[in-house]
Design a protein around this ligand. Structure first.
Ligand code: TYD
Length: 200
């Protein structure tokens, strides 16, 4: 039986990484993340987060998609094919939200390029931890500012709205959880939705 692919999404500082790791541990799933969870990906991540290397939004999008394409083929697909469930901290919606809604790269072009990058590998469920950017920002360490963390507040408002639009357009494959709640309440809401899936 092929495994399930569950993705966690949200703005920086929303708490998705904590929740994704917890779910993977609790359900015996393979935990992975984007960008960067492969030797090639680690190199791409270094360039992508380095705020001192200017790059255009399209270049940024294509590097994210290069990482995703490699990640799908070298990590995610092999795990799913051997019957493992996979929990990924970010997946295709991150590119639409950050490079599309956030940076203004054409959404249709991005969708087409994303199809090229991921092929038929789509998430069975995407959990969106929705949180106001001001609240998320206050949670992050002030001395750690990468290319994205140094973006203006308007950028993160657009990213958040993009996520909410995508979730509203496909409620069968998205679950929106209020990331402002207590951590255990967030976990409980996620688990209630995940219990509805048939895990391998
Ligand atoms: P991540 O390591 O998930 O950071 P955080 O845990 O702080 O959310 O992601 C690094 C950054 O990369 C984050 O700011 C979001 C950004 N990103 C994109 O802009 N597009 C993408 O397709 C992906 C996967 C990430």
């Amino acid at each position: 039986m092929r495994g399930l692919l569950v993705a966690f999404e949200g703005v920086d500082g929303c708490g998705k990484s904590t929740q994704a790791r917890r779910v993977a541990l609790a359900r015996g799933a393979h935990f992975t993340f984007e960008p960067g969870d492969s030797p090639l990906g680690a190199e791409l991540r270094r360039w992508l987060l380095d705020a001192s290397t200017p790059m255009s939004p399209v270049t940024e999008a294509l590097l994210m998609l290069a990482d995703r394409s490699h990640h799908v083929r070298s990590v995610v697909e092999p795990a799913l094919a051997r019957g493992a469930n996979v929990v990924t901290d970010r997946f295709a919606p991150s590119s639409l939200a950050y490079q599309g809604y956030g940076r203004g790269v054409d959404l249709e072009d991005l969708r087409a390029a994303t199809d090229l990058a991921i092929g038929t590998c789509v998430a069975d469920l995407t959990i969106l931890l929705d949180l106001a950017p001001e609240v998320a920002n206050a949670r992050r360490a002030p001395d750690a500012r990468d290319r994205f963390e140094s973006a203006d507040a308007g950028f993160f408002d657009r990213v958040r709205q993009g996520y909410l639009e995508m979730a509203a357009a496909d409620p069968a494959h998205w679950c929106v959880v209020d990331g402002a709640r207590e951590i255990d309440d967030v976990s409980a809401a996620i688990d209630a939705r995940l219990d509805q899936l048939t895990w391998a």
